[in-house]
Ligand binder design. Structure first.
Ligand code: FES
Length: 98
């Protein structure tokens, strides 16, 4: 079964895959500590490392292109408030604020 794994300071949390919702929104609904302040791609408190399943996520947004350096994006960093799962597959993401 496809799973969404969210890695926070408190450990790894396995959740059923939910498409079309941002990772920040999912983390909030599960009461997981995934920092956020703006939910508009500005504060980067939600910075996220994509460990597995990049192909199942939405395209990098304009806000992410503006906020994250190209080198960070190449390493797999994105913003949790911008990421949505768009296709079925196993996805693992880690919260990695600065
Ligand atoms: S919550 Fe501010 S950039 Fe994601």
């Amino acid at each position: 079964m496809n799973q969404l794994s969210l890695v926070t300071r408190s450990g790894e949390h396995q959740l059923p895959l939910e498409t079309g919702k941002t990772i920040v929104a999912i983390a909030k609904s599960q009461k997981l500590g995934w920092g956020y302040a703006c939910e508009r791609g500005i504060c980067a408190q939600c910075r996220t490392l994509v460990i597995e399943g990049a192909d199942y996520l939405n395209e990098i947004t304009e806000a992410e292109k503006l906020r994250l350096r190209k080198a960070e994006r190449a390493e797999g960093y994105r913003l949790g408030c911008q990421i949505k799962v768009v296709q079925e597959g196993n996805v693992t993401l880690a919260h990695r604020p600065y």
